[in-house]
Design a protein around this ligand. Structure first.
Ligand SMILES: Nc1ncnc2c1ncn2[C@@H]1O[C@H](COP(=O)(O)OP(=O)(O)OP(=O)(O)O)[C@@H](O)[C@H]1O
Ligand SMILES: [Mg+2]
Length: 282
């Protein structure tokens, strides 16, 4: 059972009482959350709240000091990142992890071959070996269609080292989606993107949930985007969950306003999407 009192089986991905300490800093202080099937869940909080640390625990890059992680009801706390990927867990990083010499298309091709079970993504990206394996049936069509939907068609053959940050985020997202995950962790997917690129990303993410039944867990500073996209939101502050609920609940929560904004005056309202022409970030 999670702290919310719900069984881990009802979630694609869940964390139960996760604790991470860095010396005297408690980056996660008994955090429990769950991502139901076919849903978009937000994880928000001020800088240093522990969001990326929790992502590292969920994806297996960091072992928690205490607590458990479940994927489709199975305890994966001790499982490697690679084992979690094979069980359908994908992620993108706050600071994109891409391979400068490889082209945009090559990143997606290798990920597609991994999904087909023929290659191993990190080894293949490091060595470039995945590119020399035989093509999978339908690979060209899947990769081209994914690049088009992310607006990357025009830079298909560019080395990713020559691209701006916004495009690197799209390459990372494309690579994660090409592996066809059932749960996808996204660490600040809109950071560095312009309005048009953000709209493309939102469109693709909605499609992944609606048409492919993917579940998303999203860390994001763009509050309007989170409110618009998420069914449910968790709020972290100094490593502890201070609120959780629907976007409407979160918008009205005094603790959230206080943690984000340092005060609770009406003058600094957390607006619903579309209420302000400015991109609202915290
Ligand atoms: N490898 C590390 N070693 C020591 N302290 C760390 C390490 N990684 C994170 N921390 C600390 O843990 C806390 C949580 O950091 P984390 O990066 O998870 O926050 P975050 O919510 O992702 O912040 P941001 O919104 O700025 O990305 C911070 O106090 C940070 O300084
Ligand atoms: Mg972070």
């Amino acid at each position: 059972m999670t702290a919310a009192g719900q069984s881990t089986e009802k979630y694609r991905l869940s964390a139960e009482d996760v604790v991470v300490r860095f010396g005297g800093v408690v980056a996660c202080n008994g955090v429990s959350l769950g991502v139901p099937p076919r849903s978009t869940v937000g994880l928000i909080g001020p800088n240093g709240a522990g969001k990326s640390t929790l992502f590292s625990v969920l994806s297996g890059l960091r072992r928690p000091s205490a607590g458990r992680v479940y994927l489709d009801g199975n305890d994966v706390t001790e499982a490697t990142p690679q084992a979690r990927v094979r069980q359908g867990l994908g992620r993108t990083f706050q600071h994109p992890e891409v391979f400068a010499e490889m082209s945009v298309r090559e990143h997606l091709v290798v990920a597609d071959r991994v999904r087909e079970g023929t290659r191993r993504i990190w080894t293949d990206l490091l060595t470039g070996r995945g590119l020399f394996s035989p093509k999978n049936p339908g690979e060209d069509e899947r990769v081209d269609s994914l690049m088009d939907s992310l607006g990357l068609g025009g830079v298909a053959h560019a080395s990713v080292g020559s691209l701006p940050l916004g495009m690197l985020r799209l390459v990372e997202l494309g690579r994660a989606l090409a592996a066809q995950p059932s749960v996808l962790l996204l660490d600040e997917p809109s950071s560095g993107l312009d309005t048009g690129e953000t709209a493309d990303v939102v469109h693709v993410l909605r499609q992944m949930v609606a048409e492919h039944g993917v579940s998303l867990l999203l860390v994001e500073h763009d509050v309007a985007l989170v409110m618009d996209l998420c069914d449910y939101i968790y709020v972290l502050d100094f490593g502890s969950l201070i609120a959780q609920g629907t976007p409407a609940d979160i918008r009205q929560d005094p603790a959230v306003r206080s943690a984000y904004l340092g005060t609770e005056t009406e003058a600094i309202d957390i607006q619903p999407p579309g209420a302000s022409p400015d991109k609202e970030t915290v």
